[in-house]
Design a protein around this ligand. Structure first.
Ligand SMILES: [Zn+2]
Ligand SMILES: [Zn+2]
Length: 140
């Protein structure tokens, strides 16, 4: 009996992790819940939250928010930047040249700051929305 409960818990954790890894747009807990339910019909939103937190605590996934206070989960745990589309909400990973980033950070550490972590977010329009927007602008 104990073992069966354990097996189910492990399976739920794996499904939550798998959903975050397979999603390419930094899903919210609600997104993860919707996808996880397609695999495990009886999983609850509470279980999804619990497992997401556990994965964050274990350093397997990252958590971030882009000014809207909604937590988004990120399977990429190495330092990287993000571009957020203001129109459709798409979140794109951006790899910044570490030399460029390092030069900026070195300036701060030389001034006596200690840096624990950093995040860089650019806001704009994704190519699809950019096309859509310029199309509308032209017709006006
Ligand atoms: Zn967009
Ligand atoms: Zn990311």
């Amino acid at each position: 009996m104990e073992q069966r409960v354990h097996k189910r818990t492990t399976q739920q954790l794996q499904v939550v992790y798998q959903v975050v890894c397979q999603s390419c747009s930094h899903p919210t807990a609600d997104d993860v819940y919707l996808w996880a339910r397609r695999i495990l019909l009886r999983i609850s939103l509470g279980t999804v939250y619990h497992n997401l937190q556990r994965l964050v605590d274990e350093g397997k996934i990252g958590v971030l928010s882009f000014g809207d206070r909604i937590a988004r989960y990120d399977p990429t745990t190495v330092d990287h930047a993000h571009l957020v589309c203001r129109h459709c909400g798409l979140v794109q990973d951006v790899v910044l040249d570490p030399r460029v980033l390092g030069a900026g950070l070195k300036f701060l550490t030389r001034s006596g700051y200690t840096i624990f972590s950093h995040s860089f977010v650019a806001y704009g329009l994704c190519p699809a929305c950019e096309k859509g927007c310029s199309g509308t602008l032209q017709t006006v």
